[in-house]
Design a protein around this ligand. Sequence first.
Ligand SMILES: Cc1cc2nc3c(=O)[nH]c(=O)nc-3n(C[C@H](O)[C@H](O)[C@H](O)COP(=O)(O)OP(=O)(O)OC[C@H]3O[C@@H](n4cnc5c(N)ncnc54)[C@H](O)[C@@H]3O)c2cc1C
Length: 329
Amino acid sequence: MAGAFWCVVEDDRQGHPKKVTAELIGEAHRRATDLGGAAVEAVWLTDRAAPEGLDQLAAWGASRICLWEDPALAPYRGETWVPVVADLAQRESPRAIWGAVTSRHRELMARLAARLDAGIAADCVAFSVADGQLVATRPVYAGKLLSKVRWKTGPWVATLRPNVFKAAEAETGKAPAVERQTLAAGTPATRFVERREEAQTGLPELTEAEIVVSGGRGLKGPENFVLLEELAGVIGAAVGASRAAVDAGWKPHRFQIGQTGRTISPKLYIGCGISGAIQHLAGMRTSKVICAVNKDADAPIFKIADFGLVGDLFEVVPLLTEEFRKLKK
Ligand SMILES: Cc1cc2nc3c(=O)[nH]c(=O)nc-3n(C[C@H](O)[C@H](O)[C@H](O)COP(=O)(O)OP(=O)(O)OC[C@H]3O[C@@H](n4cnc5c(N)ncnc54)[C@H](O)[C@@H]3O)c2cc1C
């Protein structure tokens, strides 16, 4: 619908929208209200949309769901996805198009903005409305400063950091208004060759997790990440790593937090054996509560930590795990 807020659905590849989509929809409703009201709609490109996934989007408040459900949409390829959203945007002129700060949405939204000749505010952590225009707040200089930006032309294309915005409350009993769209036939320039599934850890995904336990060079070796995994298992956290740990080959790159890794905003971040280099802080500075375990009382991470534990992580982490285990019992 013209003038609507579009929220591009990020899903679990199994047909269900992820929690960050509820955050997009929740924030879109708040800003649409500030602007005097506008429809909030979901735009979903997927190879499978579960019926309960569609119900979920309606319950979160998407008044319309534009759905492309086609095997050609998986795995994600910018060249396949971008024209689909761009064509609809050119026909309907939405006021805003929002995605999440995830690997595929980061690329999708940047390419989409270029295609629409619009600006993009990437990695947003807040929005406000001034003079009938949307104003986005986003970290700059590795998170040292926050900058406020406006768009010169619409639509307002943006990516929103997970775990920052309040998620829409689910209201049951709303029937999803689904508009099934047909994918235009085309011959993509790239061809899908092979899919390798990552081994399941049983822990939440790093960028979506509400709690993250992260390890650095202080862990001394890959085998010691098991200490963090045990703690993470007890408190329902995801495990992350510093670049030093990743460069040493202790963890794959997808675990890396920081400027050249993932950006996270959990409710609780626990850094163990991490010094707190500016490039690491760039990826976790917006965590709500930051805890650090480091044997060096002068480690820079203590400057931004809400709670600091000066001590040997090999003693402290097992104790924390044990205490949390007792509390949970
Ligand atoms: C362009 C660029 C991009 C970068 N991008 C990233 C990025 O995305 N993410 C990132 O993390 N880094 C990044 N870096 C690297 C960054 O500058 C740091 O080198 C890196 O973060 C250091 O990792 P670390 O804290 O694990 O290691 P170190 O700096 O070596 O710190 C290890 C810490 O462990 C503590 N320690 C040691 N033993 C124990 C123990 N037994 N118990 C408790 N504490 C202990 C030490 O006191 C120390 O503070 C980037 C650098 C550059 C130049």
